[in-house]
Design a protein around this ligand. Structure first.
Ligand code: PEP
Length: 258
């Protein structure tokens, strides 16, 4: 079986001032230190990139952006680009988060272009996919999720897509305290991996990290991460305090060492 390095990613969303971000990043970096069996990254708001980067210096924790445009520069008021993310020290970028799809009109085609732009700039895309409660209740979970996977990867080959990370985030579980049962998450993760294999080949599919996101917390992290196709977590609310996020990183380490 392919050994995949677990990834624990924190999405701070629209939270934390520069000073608060520095303090949180510093606490996480101090716990993690210079070496870690899994990967850990934090995604602050862009105004805190420089300060967080400084706090993470010397630690194994990476820096993630929460969004990007697909263009490098130009007349795109309010946007960030992959070039600027690299300049700011971001090695990862979350894209296609359900909040962006829902509230900012992000489309499958826009997400696809962002995947390509990030790959060109060697920023790891953390591609979010997930179904709404209505879609789940209508039995459409796999149609929706696999459709998002198809759309986001279209036109790129397995070599270009090598660094891609997928995050399965059922929308009904985000910020609600509801979590998918570990077996239900596994079922969707296995289906995603199966589709990746059909699209671009089994060996690439076996190497892709598929994270689970949706109310992950210290008390459920180990169970979710014990599933064979759950390779890490994308964490919102519980990434905002060291007391919650550090034990989830520790669960990632246990997964790596299992
Ligand atoms: C998220 O928004 O990516 C997320 C998973 O949030 P939460 O952990 O708060 O459900």
């Amino acid at each position: 079986m392919t050994k995949r390095t677990p990834l624990i990613a924190g999405n701070w969303k629209l939270n934390k001032t520069i000073d608060e971000s520095k303090a949180l990043a510093g606490a996480i970096a101090a716990h993690v230190g210079a070496g870690l069996a899994c990967e850990a990254v934090v995604g602050p708001v862009a105004t805190s990139f420089a300060a967080v980067k400084q706090s993470l210096e010397g630690s194994a924790v990476g820096l993630a952006a929460q969004n990007t445009h697909w263009e490098d520069s130009g007349a795109w008021t309010g946007e960030l680009s992959p070039t600027l993310l690299v300049d700011a020290g971001c090695g990862y970028c979350i894209i296609g988060h359900s909040e962006r799809r829902q509230f900012f009109g992000e489309t499958d085609e826009g997400v696809r272009k962002k995947v390509g732009a990030l790959l060109v700039h060697k920023v790891v895309p953390i591609l979010c996919v997930g179904e709404s409660l209505e879609q789940r209740e209508a039995g459409k979970t796999l149609d929706v999720v696999l459709g998002q996977i198809d759309a986001a990867t279209e036109g790129y080959d397995a070599v270009a897509l090598a660094p891609l990370v997928v995050a399965y985030e059922p929308i009904w579980a985000i910020g609600t305290g509801l979590t998918a049962k570990a077996e239900d998450a596994q079922e969707v993760h296995a289906a995603i991996r199966g589709r990746l294999a059909e699209l671009k080949g089994q060996s690439w599919a076996d190497s892709v990290r598929i994270l689970y996101g949706g109310s992950v917390k210290p008390s459920n992290a180990d169970e979710l991460l014990s599933q064979p196709d759950v390779d890490g977590a994308l964490v919102g609310g519980a990434s905002l305090t060291p007391d919650n996020f550090i034990p989830i990183i520790d669960a990632g380490v246990r997964r790596a060492e299992s």
